[in-house]
Design a protein. Structure first.
Length: 523
């Protein structure tokens, strides 16, 4: 009975520690928001007045790209696929180079606010709206799914003990993000994301140190133990049918970066706040090369946790997503690890979700409504996007996913594929297509991919991996090539390079509604 009372008291102590940590963390974010949000305008919200230091953007982008899903899911991936995820991380590097030296120059020459306006200039208004709507759908699904993981953890280890329902947990956490982003927008995020990235990696390194100490190892001994473990296997060259094959992972990683960064308003919006193209390219290359070592740390932590479970005779959880929380959030490694885990998961989750909500608001106001100078509309749209975000989180509560990270990438293979096809058509060809047919082509391509994904294992034994994204983009590209235009538009038939070269190098940041569709492109 005494032991039970002790465990119960310790559980409540951990709960209070998590609550105090989150409140203190949020107080810092609000202080940063107050400073950066002074005299903020729509230009500040959308583009940070193009004054962001490139090194701050680069550092903050690492945390924003990692998200709470990586923090929770990647360590547990070693239980099912060892360290083969690093094959995809290697593919990220050439992908970031393509974005830095192919897409960024185009976006800067056209002085874009949202990147999908390029589709209006090159293809037509239907293509423009189709690209924007696919981004809105893709980002809302992906970002809410990532944030859902964090809400589950907070619910399990904090809210349930206090009798707080999941609806209130999800709404409350999104409301916190809305509070510190509603004024400064992207300008605030450049600085808050840098702070959150620092917290994320400090917590990760200190947790690794604590896990190694729990097994009586120094950090050097822990590194050797990870290297010698069978679950540290990275490369798979011998099985072409496996979704973990190196070339599938490597090539898919490169294209995932091109699509989920170079063709994604959320990721590009911060990069386009740098003062010059050269600075934006430096920030892109800097944080692009950081993903391999960052994910190596997460996977090494997963291997150490598996070894710790074996040492203590603890059964591994059925889902890899539960491996890190099983040790870090329950207090089994001490209160210090609870604090570190809380800081890390909140930092990763907030840095990803806040930029997503800001980018969604930007796209909605600029691309869909075409009213980028309407501050009142922007405030209402930002609040509405947050409400829809909460609704999607509650939807995922009903239809829970067994592998969150895999589900997100698979989902993006369907929703980001049409964007890849649209931009490839515009950048790689000089041909025109029937603009009215673009929405139908963009919807048909994911449906064909879904059919292929279901039929291939039954007919051939082949299992699609992330290369499904390439197939989806290829089908969209082929459809655009086959859809012949009814009328010729000489302006749009111009090659992308010629368009970029002929565009004035200094254009105003915001344009009148009448010229909006050909100027404002910064998604």
């Amino acid at each position: 009975m005494a032991a039970w009372r002790f465990l119960k008291s310790f559980y409540y102590l951990c709960t209070m520690v998590i609550i105090i940590t989150v409140l203190a963390y949020f107080a810092v974010l609000m202080a940063v928001s107050r400073i950066t949000g002074r005299r903020a305008t729509n230009a500040t919200f959308y583009r940070a007045d193009r004054r962001s230091p490139w090194y701050m953007v680069a550092f903050g982008m690492v945390g924003a790209s990692i998200s709470g899903v990586t923090y929770v899911s990647v360590p547990g991936m070693v239980t099912t696929s060892a360290m083969t995820y690093l094959q995809m991380c290697l593919g990220f590097i050439p992908g970031y180079l393509l974005v830095a030296f192919v897409l960024l120059p185009l976006y800067y020459r056209l002085n874009l606010t949202t990147i999908y306006t390029y589709l209006d200039r090159r293809v037509g208004p239907r293509a423009y709206k189709t690209g924007a709507w696919f981004f809105l759908l893709s980002k809302m699904l992906g970002a809410s799914l990532r944030f859902y993981v964090v809400c589950l953890i907070v619910q399990a280890f904090v809210a349930d003990a206090l009798g707080i329902p999941f609806v209130a947990t999800a709404a409350g956490m999104v409301a916190l993000i809305w509070l510190y982003t509603r004024r400064g927008g992207i300008k605030t995020l450049v600085w808050t994301d840098s702070f959150q990235t620092l917290c994320l990696f400090l917590s990760l390194i200190l947790i690794i140190h604590n896990v190694a100490s729990a097994m009586g190892m120094t950090l050097g001994e822990a590194a050797r133990a990870v290297a010698a473990d069978p679950q540290s296997r990275i490369f798979v060259f011998d099985d072409w049918m496996s979704a973990q094959n190196f070339w599938k992972q490597f090539v898919s990683g490169a294209f995932i970066v091109v699509v989920m960064t170079g063709l994604d308003q959320d990721m590009m919006q911060k990069n386009l706040t740098c003062k010059t193209l050269r600075e934006a390219q430096k920030d892109m290359c800097a944080y692009g090369c950081a993903f391999f070592p960052a994910n190596l740390l997460f996977l090494a932590l997963g291997v150490l946790l598996v070894q710790l479970a074996a040492t203590r005779g603890v059964a591994l959880p059925a889902r890899g997503d539960e491996l890190l929380p099983m040790f870090a959030a329950t207090g089994s490694l001490g209160t210090a690890v609870v604090v570190l885990f809380t800081i890390g998961i909140v930092a990763a989750a907030f840095s990803s979700a806040d930029s997503a909500l800001t980018a969604l608001t930007t796209s909605l106001c600029v691309d869909i409504f075409g009213r980028d100078e309407d501050e009142r509309l922007r405030r209402r749209a930002h609040l509405g996007v947050c409400a829809v975000f909460v609704a999607f989180i509650l939807l995922f509560r009903v239809v829970n996913s067994s592998s969150v990270l895999d589900a997100i990438y698979t989902l993006c293979s369907y929703t980001y594929g049409p964007l890849l096809g649209l931009f490839a058509f515009g950048l790689l060809t000089r041909r025109q297509t029937r603009d009215k047919a673009v929405p139908y082509i963009a919807v048909a391509s994911p449906l064909l991919c879904l059919s292929a994904d279901n039929l291939a294992p039954r007919l051939t034994g082949y299992h699609f991996g992330y290369e499904l994204l390439l197939l989806n983009g290829l089908l969209t590209f082929a459809g655009l090539m086959l859809a012949k235009p009814q009328n010729k538009h000489p302006r749009r038939a111009e090659s992308p390079t010629a368009q970029a070269a002929s565009a004035p190098s200094t254009q105003p940041s915001h344009n009148s509604q009448s010229s909006h569709s050909s100027q404002n492109n910064h998604l």
